[in-house]
Write a protein that binds this ligand. Structure first.
Ligand SMILES: Cc1ncc(COP(=O)(O)O)c(C=O)c1O
Length: 385
C-alpha cells in the first residue's frame, strides 16, 4: 500500500527536534520558523511537556467522556485564567476543523438558523461546515456546497449590514488574523462593529483563533487587541504543542444540554496533560512577553531588506511580502540555509510562525540568511537579463 498522495513534499525528513530546531536523519540542524504550521507554541521537546506526557501515559492515556476526568476541569480552569476568558465554558475536541464544525453547529442550534457570513480568503478547516465557510472552491466537494454561506470582503461593514438584513443568519465566523489567506486582518473598528451588529441581530460571533490564538499575537487571543467579546472562540494548533487537541470556548449565556455536542477522543487524558503543560510553560516562561519582544526585534531587522514590500500580521504570526513569488526563496532557505518558513495562498508572501520561545539571535540568523538568499536570487535574475 502507498500513501494517498495529497501533499507536495519538500525532500527533508525531520526525525527529532528541540526548542526552535529540528534535525534530519543525518543530524543536520534546521531553524524552525514555521512551527509545523503554527503548531509548536512552547518549543519542541520541552522538558515540562515531555515529562507531563510520559507520566500521564504511564497512568492512563485515554478513557471515555462518560466518566469524570479532572484533567479537563483543571484545563478549563487554567485556560480561563490565563486567557482572561473566565466567563466562557470549554468544549474539547481534536483539531481546528472540528472546533469550527462544533462552533458553527452550536450557533445554528442556538439561533435556529442555518446561514453563515464568512470572509474572502478565509480558511476554517476541511470538515463539512468548516470547509463550506473556507473561501476555496477547490477544496469544497459538492457535498459541502449544500451549506448556505455568504462571503464578504474584510473591513466592509456595509456589506455585513446588507447580509444581516435578511434576518436568516446564524453566525459570523472570522479569523483573528487570516492565516492561509495571507495574514490580513480586520481593523479594531471593523471587529467592534461586527460585535455590535451581531448583538443587535441575535447572530453569534465566532472568532477562529486556531492559528492566531494561544499567545501567538502577543495577547492570548488576537481579538483581545480589539477590545471585543465574541460569543464563541475556537482554538487548536498551539494548544497541544503538537499533541492533537482543539477547543471551543462558549459564552456562558449559551446553555449546554446533554448530547448537544460530543466526541470520543476529545479531551482525553493525554491531550489534557499536553495542554496543561503548554499553559504551565506559557505562564512560567512569560511567552507572550517574549512574542512582543521578538516581534519588535523582527520589525526592526526586517527593515534592512529593501526588497520587502509589506509586513503583515502581529506578534509571531507574520507575513513578509515581496514583489515576486517566494517559492524559490523558501527552497533556498531550507536547502541552503537550513531554515523552515511557510507559504500561503498569496504566492508573494513568506510566512513566519516560529515557536513562541524563539530568540532575537535566531531572528538575526534568519535575517542574515535571507540576505544571502536574496543576493543569490538577484544575481541569478541579473545573469538572466
Ligand atoms: C485559522 C484556521 N482555522 C482552522 C484550521 C483547521 O485546523 P485543522 O487543520 O487542525 O483542522 C486552520 C488550519 O490551518 C487554520 O489556520
Amino acid at each position: 500500500m502507498e500513501l494517498f498522495d495529497v501533499y507536495p513534499l519538500y525532500d527533508v525528513t525531520p526525525v527529532k527536534a528541540k526548542g526552535c530546531y529540528v534535525y534530519d536523519e543525518n543530524d543536520k540542524k534546521y531553524l524552525d520558523l514555521y512551527g509545523g504550521h503554527g503548531v509548536i507554541s512552547i518549543g519542541h521537546g520541552h522538558e515540562t511537556y515531555v515529562t507531563a506526557l510520559c507520566e500521564q501515559i504511564q497512568k492512563m492515556g485515554f478513557y471515555s467522556n462518560s466518566v469524570k476526568n479532572p484533567l479537563q476541569e483543571a484545563l478549563a480552569l487554567k485556560l480561563g485564567k490565563l486567557s482572561q476568558c473566565e466567563n466562557y465554558n470549554l468544549f474539547l475536541c481534536n483539531s481546528g476543523a472540528e472546533a469550527n464544525e462544533n462552533a458553527l453547529k452550536l450557533a445554528s442550534f442556538e439561533t435556529g438558523k442555518r446561514k453563515v457570513i464568512a470572509f474572502d480568503r478565509a480558511f476554517h478547516g476541511r470538515t463539512s461546515a468548516a470547509v463550506s465557510v473556507t473561501d476555496n472552491p477547490k477544496i469544497n466537494a459538492p457535498l459541502n456546497q449544500q451549506h448556505q454561506v455568504v462571503f464578504l470582503p474584510l473591513n466592509d461593514i456595509e456589506k455585513v449590514d446588507m447580509a444581516l438584513a435578511g434576518n436568516d443568519i446564524a453566525a459570523v465566523i472570522i479569523e483573528g488574523i487570516q492565516g492561509v489567506g495571507g495574514l490580513d486582518q480586520g481593523t479594531s473598528e471593523f471587529f467592534k462593529a461586527l460585535e455590535e451588529r451581531c448583538n443587535q441581530h441575535g447572530v453569534l460571533l465566532i472568532l477562529d483563533e486556531i492559528q492566531s490564538g494561544y499567545g501567538r499575537s502577543g495577547k492570548f487571543f488576537s481579538f483581545q487587541h480589539h477590545g471585543i467579546q465574541p460569543d464563541i472562540i475556537t482554538m487548536a494548533k498551539g494548544m497541544g504543542n503538537g499533541f492533537p487537541i482543539g477547543g471551543v470556548l462558549i459564552s456562558n449565556e449559551i446553555k449546554a444540554s446533554y448530547g448537544l455536542l460530543g466526541t470520543t477522543f476529545g479531551g482525553n487524558h493525554l491531550a489534557c496533560a499536553a495542554a496543561l503543560a503548554v499553559l504551565d510553560v506559557m505562564e512560567k516562561e512569560d511567552l507572550m512577553k517574549n512574542v512582543t519582544k521578538v516581534n519588535a526585534h523582527f520589525m526592526k531587522r526586517i527593515q534592512e531588506i529593501e526588497t520587502v514590500t509589506l509586513i503583515k500580521g502581529r506578534g509571531l504570526m507574520l507575513g513578509v511580502s515581496f514583489a515576486y513569488n517566494v517559492s524559490e526563496m523558501r527552497k533556498k532557505l531550507i536547502f541552503e540555509e537550513q531554515i523552515f518558513t511557510g507559504g500561503s495562498s498569496d504566492p508573494n508572501l513568506l510566512r513566519i510562525l516560529p515557536p513562541l520561545c524563539v530568540t532575537a539571535e535566531q531572528i538575526d540568523n534568519f535575517i542574515d540568511a535571507l540576505k544571502r538568499v536574496l543576493e543569490k536570487i538577484e544575481n541569478k535574475k541579473e545573469q538572466l537579463n
